[in-house]
Write a protein that binds this ligand. Structure first.
Ligand code: GDP
Ligand code: MG
Length: 178
């Protein structure tokens, strides 16, 4: 597949949405720095990080990642945060049905107020905690299919599926016209 020369290097704003505590900051730190810090109870991570990946077709994608420092508690601020975002990653915790309900809320919110061509991904995080699982994988698949989203279960702790998440997002980004 020929990729236009000026579409070789994509750049996109990515936001993470979801309940506080589902692991948004840990996903970002795992992806960008390859680290996991189980001791940090409260997010103190940088509010802006970027990471570039190369896809198999040799396109590069620079993700400009906006992480919140707990402002997700104030949903009124959300539109400021996801404005101009090309990617929204909606995260829930597979051990928390409440966080899955919140994910459904975010899907609706973005459909109403997000930019129309935004790429949305649904992420069930903490997949390493399988003995505490309360949200079946099928529920995640169902919600994603209903809304045309990409779905994946991840663990920021073990790194399982973290790189795959960003690669799959990269593949789904609209390519600029040649
Ligand atoms: P945020 O509020 O959504 O940014 O959540 P954080 O990234 O701050 O993570 C909240 C808590 O969940 C922290 O104590 C993390 O150590 C823990 N955590 C995050 N991701 C995982 C994961 O994949 N597995 C497990 N077992 N714990 C995780
Ligand atoms: Mg956080």
């Amino acid at each position: 597949n020929a990729v236009p020369a000026d579409a070789k290097n994509l750049r996109v704003k990515l936001v993470l949405l979801g309940d506080s505590g589902v692991g948004k900051s840990c996903i970002v730190l795992r992806f960008v720095r390859g680290q996991f810090d189980a001791t940090s109870k409260v997010t103190v991570g940088a509010s802006f990080l970027s990471q570039t990946i190369a896809l198999q077709d040799s396109t590069t994608v620079k993700f400009e990642i906006w992480d919140t420092a707990g402002q997700e508690r104030y949903s009124a601020l959300a539109p400021l945060y996801y404005r101009g975002a090309g990617v929204a990653v909606i995260v829930y915790d597979i051990t928390s049905p409440e966080s899955f309900k919140k994910a459904q809320y975010w899907v609706k919110e973005l459909q109403k107020h997000g930019s129309p061509d935004i790429v949305m991904a649904l992420v069930g995080n903490k997949a390493d905690l399988h003995e505490k699982r309360e949200v079946p994988t099928e529920d995640g698949i169902g919600l994603a299919e209903k809304n045309g989203m990409f779905f994946i279960e991840t663990s920021a702790k073990t790194a399982d599926n973290i790189n795959q998440l960003f690669e799959e997002i990269g593949k789904r980004l609209p390519r600029p016209a040649p």
